[in-house]
Design a protein around this ligand. Structure first.
Ligand SMILES: Cc1cc2nc3c(=O)[nH]c(=O)nc-3n(C[C@H](O)[C@H](O)[C@H](O)COP(=O)(O)O)c2cc1C
Length: 177
């Protein structure tokens, strides 16, 4: 399907706000937003889409936001087939208080859905970010889009816009009106 499914988990609203901004940039009329807390039922909802954005902030010490925990356990157990699906991940972190596991949840989502056959896109340069370690950094790039509204909220909008440019190459064609 040509619509874009955006599924996000967000405890204090930062990743949620980013999900809503992304929908605005990509075109609200072609995006469906799902809160993992309120709207997610099972993976069939995700599998309705060929192109998906998954938002997840990092909590604990490098762990996924709470609303993604059970779904990821189900993913391991049920092993739904995501082959043919294109997925990009984004999420909030805090490089000052948690720079030793900065936005590591993005790396967890990346690995989990890659293992289920999805094609992961939307890597983003690490330039301009400060952190000690991130499980989301692979081969010198982030596997998706990180942002930090605790310490550098002024950079988030430009980062979201730059990421949307990266995604353009992978977006499904919009349906003719
Ligand atoms: C107890 C606690 C643990 C956290 N652990 C991490 C972490 O490991 N890595 C990180 O980058 N940010 C961490 N954070 C920061 C959150 O990711 C940050 O507050 C983010 O803006 C939350 O986004 P959300 O509102 O979308 O959930 C942590 C915050 C708290 C309060």
């Amino acid at each position: 399907m040509s619509r874009i499914g955006i599924f996000y988990g967000s405890s204090s609203g930062v990743t949620k706000a980013a999900a809503e901004k992304l929908a605005g940039f990509l075109g609200e009329d072609r995006c469906d937003l799902y809160s993992m807390e309120e709207d997610f039922v099972d993976f069939d909802e995700m599998l309705d889409y060929d192109f998906l954005l998954f938002g997840c902030s990092t909590w604990g010490s490098g762990e996924v936001q709470n609303d993604w925990r059970d779904p990821l356990l189900d993913l391991d157990n049920d092993k739904p087939d995501f082959s043919g699906k294109t997925i990009a991940v984004f999420g909030a972190g805090d490089y000052v208080s948690h720079g030793e596991q900065f936005v590591s949840a993005l790396g967890i989502l990346y690995d989990k859905f890659k293992a289920r056959g999805a094609t992961l896109v939307g890597s983003f340069p690490t330039e301009g970010y400060t952190y000690k370690y991130s499980f989301a950094e692979r081969d010198g790039q982030f596997v998706g889009l990180p942002f930090d509204d605790i310490n550098e909220a002024d950079k988030t909008e430009a980062r979201l816009q730059a990421w949307v440019e990266v995604l353009q190459a992978y977006l499904p064609e919009a349906e003719e009106a």
